[in-house]
Design a protein around this ligand. Sequence first.
Ligand SMILES: [Zn+2]
Ligand SMILES: [Zn+2]
Length: 49
Amino acid sequence: MNCISCNTVLFGDNYVKFPCPICGEMIYRCKKCRKLANPYECKCGFVGP
Ligand SMILES: [Zn+2]
Ligand SMILES: [Zn+2]
């Protein structure tokens, strides 16, 4: 499992997961990207902060 923004490997509690607001697909993101508000793109095309 990798961060959707920076592709870093996710483990333990260094990530958050939430469903895409459009398609409901689970999105995994490291806390660093969340803190920095790095953009991410879901496979459905949704881009969010
Ligand atoms: Zn990241
Ligand atoms: Zn989506």
